[in-house]
Each structure stands twice: as C-alpha cells, then as structure tokens.
Design a protein around this ligand. Sequence first.
Ligand SMILES: Cc1cc2nc3c(=O)[nH]c(=O)nc-3n(C[C@H](O)[C@H](O)[C@H](O)COP(=O)(O)OP(=O)(O)OC[C@H]3O[C@@H](n4cnc5c(N)ncnc54)[C@H](O)[C@@H]3O)c2cc1C
Length: 402
Amino acid sequence: MARVLSDAVDLSDSQHLVRQNVQNICENFDDAYWREHADQNEYPQEFVETLADHGWMGILIPEEYGGAGMGTRETVVMMEEIAAGGGGFSAAQAVHGGVYNSAPITEYASEEIKSDLLPDVAEGKTSIQAFGLTEPNAGSNSPAMETRAERDDDEYVINGQKIWISRVDVSDYIVLVARTMPRDEVEKRTRGISMFLVDLDDAVDQGALEMETIPKSAGDLVHSYELWFDDLRVPAENLIGEEGNGFYQVLDGLNEERLVIAAECIGLGRLALERAIDYANEREVFGNPIGSNQAIQHPLAEAYARLQAAKQLTYNAADRAASDDDSVDLGAQANAAKYLAADAAFKAADAAVQTHGGFGIAKEYDVERYLREARLTRLVPITQQLALNYLGEQVLGLPRSY
Ligand SMILES: Cc1cc2nc3c(=O)[nH]c(=O)nc-3n(C[C@H](O)[C@H](O)[C@H](O)COP(=O)(O)OP(=O)(O)OC[C@H]3O[C@@H](n4cnc5c(N)ncnc54)[C@H](O)[C@@H]3O)c2cc1C
C-alpha cells in the first residue's frame, strides 16, 4: 500500500527532496527503537544526530551560516515525515526546538552570536533545543510572566521560575523570555518582555539554576522540566533583539511554527491510520478480516478524510506563508490548521486503538502510545480552546470574555 495521504498535496522539487531524504533516514529507525526509547524515557539521540549529519537540524538556518536556508514549506514536509516515520509526535518534538529556536536567533540575535553559534547548530555540534516561556502563574496567558531580568552594568540578573520547559537536558543553550520591566510599569502588558540566550552549563556553574523533571504520561522521549533561576548572571550581549520587545519577537514566526506543529499532528495521524489499516486487513474474526466490518472501516475512512482536510489546509497555508501576499490572514489559517490537525490526529489514533481491540492497549502494537501523544497535541503548544479563542476574537470579530 502507498503511504496514506502521500498524494494529498502537490510538492515542489525541494519538498520532494526533503520528503525522500527524511523518509530514508526514518527507515533506519524501526518500531522497536521508538518503543524502547519511549519505555525507557530515553531521548532518541542517535536519530537526532543522524538528522543533523544530513543537515536537517539547520533546515531553517540561512546558507551563509551553514544551514540549508529552507523555509516553512520544507519544514512542514520534514516534520510530517519525522512524525509519520514511526516515532510519532515524540520524535518530532525531540527535534522541534532545535529546528525552531534558530529562527529568533537568525532574525534578532547579534551578528556575533549568529556567526558563533548557527554553523555549529546546523551541524548538530551545538544544541539550542530549549525555549523557556511558560510559567506556573502564566500558562496560556504568557504576558503575565513574572520572571525578572534586571540590568546590572554589562549583565542581566535573572530571577524566577519556568515550568514545562522541554529538552533542557539535551540543550547547550536555552532561549529564555523574561520581564525587563515590571508589568505595572508598562502601558501594554505585552511590552517590557525580553529574550535572552542563556548558556545552561554556565547557569549550573554559577549555582543559579535548579531543575526538576516533570513526570508525565505522553511524549515519553522528551523530558520537560520545572526551572528555578536564582540570581543568574547573563552577559548583556546575550540579549536577543531589542530590550522590551521580546514578546513581539516570540509572536513573529508563531504562525509558521503552528503550521509545523499541525504537520507533526498530521504525521502522527497518518502513522496511527496506517497501523490500523494493516491490522484491519490482517486480523480475522468470525472468519473475515475485521476491516470488512463497517464499524471498523468507517472510523478509519473518517480519520482519512479529516487528515486529508487538515493536510491540505496546512500545506496551502505554508505555501501562502512563503508568498509576500499581505492579504493572507496567516493567523486564521495557522490556528485553524493546528486545531483541525490535532483533532484529526486524535480521532485517527483513537480509531487505531479501537481497531486493535484488546491489543490497542498492548505496548507491542504502539497505537496506545500514539493515542497518548495525540491527546497531548490538543494541549500544546497552544490548547484547542485558545486556538478557538483566536479564531473567534481575531478572525470572526467576536467579543473577548476574559
Ligand atoms: C509536554 C509539554 C511540553 C511543553 N514544552 C514547553 C516548552 O518547551 N516551553 C514552554 O515555554 N512551554 C512548554 N509547554 C507549556 C505549554 O505551552 C502550556 O502547557 C500550554 O500553553 C497551556 O498552558 P497551561 O498548561 O498553563 O494551561 P492553562 O493556561 O492553565 O489552561 C488550563 C485550561 O484552561 C483553558 N483556558 C485557559 N484560559 C482560557 C480562556 N480564556 N478561554 C478558554 N479556555 C481557557 C485552557 O485551554 C486549558 O484547557 C509544554 C507543555 C507540555 C504539556
């Protein structure tokens, strides 16, 4: 059987190249690899290194800094294939930060930081996998963040707490977002926030960083942490972009990143659907393959239709993101795509579990892991409700209730 949804959208030559190359890489990492790493909560280091060896960790890094100089369209293809290739959403999340954190650095960091770091990031020698935004008292409402960065001569001193920060254990640096002006001293709550590049080894050496893993039930390969910063000193030149403008720097590129997340959800949904189709064809009960029962067949057909729709929206929006057409409301498309893709992935994974009967929860068939991951996609990096809030308020012009 051809890969599900392989012909759902037209691909450019460069997208074809990305898809083929990433599929080839994924074929070297079988189900047992992913199952074992998930069971042991172990980061898939060999997989990430192989991607880096082929230059894919630098997909978004401009060629002048040693990267592939590609854009959202190619990244969408790459991340869909990584998720679909057996590792699921976890595999995509294992590399997501490393791929995406290069974007604010390319756009806003000093020339010195860019030429020092980006070539090594592209080669996989240096890792900037961690991004620190979320806080205990500022989840979906991120401008409510309380972590403070105060200027002291040629340094900033950072104090505060972050939560749910992923991949800190496999990062050399974290891109950290903190308040440089207290909330009550800025006219708009989105101002007075700044972005920093923090050297994690240095933070540990200073005794200024404590971290604890958050035990969790999905995304097993990737670890997430609670972090405490206590008088962490960061050189002033590690400010990324303009002081006070960090929140807008976070927003810049957010829609493109959301499309990439949508593609990761679609990849996971495809993976679950392909496994369900195989099992529905093989397993015989009452003398017939279970897939001949419409109660099994229709949920899979429905999952296919939902994934198809989400994929077309995601790819269409990624193409339009690459165009210079200002009339495109990318926020509307990216939030709709993420919402639909997460739901499509969840429905596909749920149908895959049901198709497998009792084996749906057996680890050896993997679909139980896909379902846990699919549930997670409805929570991160934006919850389904917050995506709908965006569409309701910003796109449909309905009043805000909170
Ligand atoms: C596995 C994992 C990895 C993560 N990795 C990172 C990371 O690397 N870096 C990082 O910065 N963050 C990370 N996060 C944090 C993630 O972005 C947040 O969990 C997410 O934005 C939701 O915030 P919250 O958990 O605080 O939920 P809350 O904001 O507390 O929301 C709780 C519930 O209330 C709903 N809700 C809240 N306000 C409204 C409203 N106005 N209208 C309707 N519903 C509302 C939400 O939709 C949600 O269902 C990660 C989270 C997880 C689970």
